[in-house]
Design a protein around this ligand. Structure first.
Ligand code: PMV
Length: 367
């Protein structure tokens, strides 16, 4: 399949105005994507848990206009115009226009809100871009006259792929937020159907140990990102360890395949924590180099390791491109780990703040 497969056939319907509302969650990578080429294509395959509570809700209002030279849109966050978001959406529209060619025929008002605080350091690009991508696919359905309630499974699948394909062009990791609870993005020889163009629901066996997996996000540093992910990905181009890193990520995904099937939580922890530290090791070894962990990030990691040693718990951590820590644990340990978080980890969070989340199923329409 090539990107051109996502260019639609001519639209058969005309829609004057309306709106569509979608909610889409964030996701947390277990095998990390860090390094890209071409137009938002990943250098290695990644896999993530789709989250549930941390999400963006977006309403796309549209009104037909005569075809204009430029895109015509305004973005509102929590009801207030947010011009600082508009360059990112402009760039997104430029990238996706070929695949949703109606964009210049409408005036859009994009109303968006997040269920997590904007300054929490939780990336809203994955949830935000995937919510907007699903809105565009929904509008396109109307223009194509697709009736979702009677659509064949094949049509649904191609719609999910298209939403993920568009989301990817907004933010790579957004391609993994359309479905859940486990999504792979990037071609991998051992994952059937995997693609660099869009994320796919993990197709193989998953042991019940991974059902309803829990993720508590500890908000260590709530500021804006020090280094944008665009800059971070770029630094992987002339990086001394990038080739090995991309190989290692693909090997780790291959190992996870067996782990998911057998439910081996100790082996899971080894891969997931190593992936988090490798992501940060790449940042520390790039030129220019940078450190996104804070002292409290390390305090939390050490406390998790101590707790595991002392109690035999299977709690572990992962990190994004920032100082916050995602604490991952099986649902069977929910009570014990949440008690540990309250009693021993919350003290390392800014204002004691954390968010309890868990795996979820991806984007959906809000009626
Ligand atoms: O989606 P981007 O371009 O912001 O990249 C984010 C990459 C990480 O979050 C650091 C890792 C991942 O795979 O999600």
């Amino acid at each position: 399949m090539s990107a051109d497969n996502f260019i639609p056939k001519p639209y058969s319907h005309s829609i004057e105005n309306g709106s569509v509302s979608v909610q889409a969650p964030s996701n947390i990578a277990l095998v990390k994507y860090w390094g890209k080429y071409g137009e938002q294509l990943p250098q290695n395959a990644s896999v993530s848990f789709t989250l549930s509570e941390c999400r963006t809700e977006t309403t796309l209002h549209f009104e037909k206009i005569s075809r204009s030279e430029n895109f015509n849109f305004e973005v509102y966050l929590d009801g207030k115009r947010e011009e600082s978001f508009e360059p990112k959406i402009q760039k997104f529209f430029e990238r996706v226009e070929k695949y949703v060619p109606f964009l210049k025929e409408y005036k859009f008002k994009i109303e968006t809100k997040n269920t997590f605080p904007h300054s929490s350091g939780i990336a809203s690009s994955a949830s935000g871009m995937s919510a907007l991508a699903v809105c565009l696919v929904q509008l396109e359905n109307q223009l194509l006259g697709v009736n979702l309630s009677t659509a064949l499974d094949e049509t649904r699948e191609s719609q999910l792929n298209k939403a993920s394909f568009l989301a990817r062009l907004g933010s790579g990791s957004a391609s993994r937020s359309i479905e859940g609870p486990l999504v792979v993005w990037g071609v991998h020889p051992e994952i059937e159907g995997s693609s660099n163009l869009f994320g796919v629901k993990y197709p193989d066996a998953v042991h019940e140990n991974f059902s309803n997996y829990q993720d508590t996000i500890l908000l260590v540093d709530k500021g804006e990102k020090q280094v944008s992910s665009t800059v971070g990905h770029d630094l992987m181009h002339d990086h001394p360890y990038s080739a090995e890193r991309f190989k290692e990520a693909n090997n780790n995904l291959a190992k996870l395949k067996t782990i998911f099937k057998e439910g081996d939580l100790s082996a899971f922890i080894e891969i997931v924590e190593s992936e988090a530290l490798q992501l940060h090791a790449m940042m520390m070894a790039s030129k220019p180099y940078f450190i996104l962990m804070k002292p409290n990030t390390l305090e939390i990691i050490n406390n998790i390791w101590d707790f595991r040693r002392e109690t035999g718990s299977e709690v572990c951590f992962t990190l994004d491109a920032g100082a916050n820590v995602h604490v991952l644990y099986p649902v069977s340990e929910k009570e014990r780990v949440q008690k540990f978080i309250v009693e021993q980890l919350a003290v390392f969070c800014k204002n004691g703040e954390y968010i309890h989340d868990q795996c979820g199923l991806g984007a959906r329409l809000i009626s």
